[in-house]
Design a protein around this ligand. Structure first.
Ligand code: UD1
Length: 417
């Protein structure tokens, strides 16, 4: 087990550079196998979720060349085979191999994907989309066999604007015969990044980033390059840390428009920040006002920042109300924040955060990736030593978090026990 140890209450100053988006790269890597050629992805973050996908590429006999921040994927000798549970269960995004292998081979056999335990996480919308394209699905225990004689374009209406289903159906439809329209599509910035790669590879996709995506099927995909967009959730997490502890902390290499809702919230709370092109300069703010936060689909307040912002709300003067509308089990951080001195009353998807409360160090556990990010944030502002167990969750999505935070003045280390 990995454990993060923090000696808290140190101001943060200097620069933190944001890496490539986790939620983009985990779809770009599977999408790359649509070409019978080399696809180059740059600005790749150094996160363990990416490594888990590379293991699946190795299994499929796909050649992978890695340099710092760059990955070249050569699928000329790809072989379709069953993706076993020990690989599929390492991360949620393994499910993008369903869409990709279906497009390339018209057949995919794999086990149910894994990922953070933040809710039931069904994949029914992905499967309905594949069926609408002409695939049949057989499920035996947790193994899926998805195959099609031919994939045909179709009009697909998503009951919910699911990020995963939108991307998976978009990938599967790129080489289907005819035109596919995904209606009520998710609009996340990452979806446009995936469409950008697919279009660079020869696909004909329009409307990515809006709620209706049109995919005109093409016969073949070819070699291409793409750059991963900056990670808006990583940026948001460091921005929140800067609001709590910044001494001219600069968060750079981000796209401010992707974090506009967070920035509006911070403004409402009286956070001291200055925006300059692709960077933001933050200073600890004395008198924070409480606010209400409700997580919703993009471009609303992101569920992935719901847990980190809870820590900021513990420092506001008064009562803040929080509602999580996407995942039913995303309050794993609350118990531990309360152990550290916070005053949060949570019931199911609602929380009342009563501030301000001084936090003190404690031994706590990261229950999932973003809960882990919240606990690191809490440890940074706490008096004394915080020990975070199960820190592996955090490394799934925050590249070099220890060195990034150490370089701006945090006293933080990771140990293996
Ligand atoms: C992605 C992100 C995750 C983020 C989430 C919501 C990746 C790898 N992960 O997850 O960080 O928290 O978007 O912004 O990009 N649902 C169904 N049926 C389905 C699919 C989803 O009912 O087939 C439901 C889910 O249970 C959940 C909601 O839709 O309640 C949102 O899920 P979705 O947008 O698909 O999230 P992910 O793509 O898994």
């Amino acid at each position: 087990m990995k454990r993060i140890i923090i000696e808290g209450n140190k101001r943060l100053s200097g620069k933190i550079k944001i890496g490539g988006a986790k939620n983009s790269v985990v779809a770009l890597i599977p999408a790359a196998i649509l070409a019978n050629d080399i696809v180059k992805i740059s600005n790749v973050p150094n996160i363990s979720d990416k490594d888990a996908l590379v293991e699946i590429l190795n299994l499929l006999n796909v050649k992978v060349e890695k340099q710092t921040g760059i990955i070249e994927i050569d699928s000329k000798n790809i072989k379709n085979c069953v993706i076993p549970e020990d690989l599929s269960s390492k991360l949620r995004a393994s499910y993008y191999f369903m869409g990709a292998l279906l497009a390339r081979f018209k057949k995919v056999e794999m086990y149910f994907p894994g990922g953070c335990n933040i809710g039931s996480r069904p994949i029914d919308l992905h499967l309905k989309g594949f069926e609408a394209l002409g695939a049949t699905i057989k499920k035996e225990d947790s193994k899926y066999l998805i195959e099609a004689k031919e994939l045909k374009g179709s009009d697909i209406f998503l009951d919910f604007a699911s990020v995963g289903a939108t991307i998976n159906i978009m990938i599967a439809a790129t080489m289907a015969k005819g035109i596919t329209k995904i209606k009520n599509a998710a609009r996340e910035a990452e979806i446009s990044n995936i469409a950008e790669l697919l279009n660079n590879m020869g696909a004909k996709i329009t409307g990515a980033g809006t709620d209706e995506i049109t995919i005109e099927g093409v016969k073949k995909m070819h070699s291409a390059e793409v750059k991963v967009i900056p990670d808006r959730i990583e940026a948001g997490t460091y921005i929140i840390m800067g609001a709590l502890l910044g001494d001219n902390l600069v968060v750079e290499g981000m796209i401010p428009e992707h974090n506009i809702v967070l920035l509006n919230k911070l403004q409402e709370m009286g956070v001291n920040f200055k925006l300059q092109n692709h960077k933001i300069i933050l200073n600890k703010s004395g008198n924070l006002r409480p606010t209400n936060v409700r997580t919703v689909v993009y471009p609303g307040f992101p569920t992935d920042l719901g847990q980190p912002i809870a820590v900021l709300l513990t420092q506001a003067n008064g009562i803040s109300l929080f509602e999580e509308t996407i995942w039913e089990n995303r309050m794993g951080h609350v118990k531990y924040l309360n152990m550290m001195g916070a005053n949060i009353v949570a019931e199911r998807q609602h929380a009342k955060i009563i501030g301000p409360t001084k936090l003190h160090g404690a031994e706590i556990t990261a229950t999932d990736l973003r809960a882990g990010a919240a606990l690191v944030t809490a440890g940074l502002i706490a008096e004394g030593t915080t020990i975070i167990n199960d820190a592996e969750h955090i490394l799934r999505g925050y590249e070099r978090i220890i060195s990034k935070l150490s370089s701006v003045g945090a006293n933080i280390k990771i140990v293996e026990i």
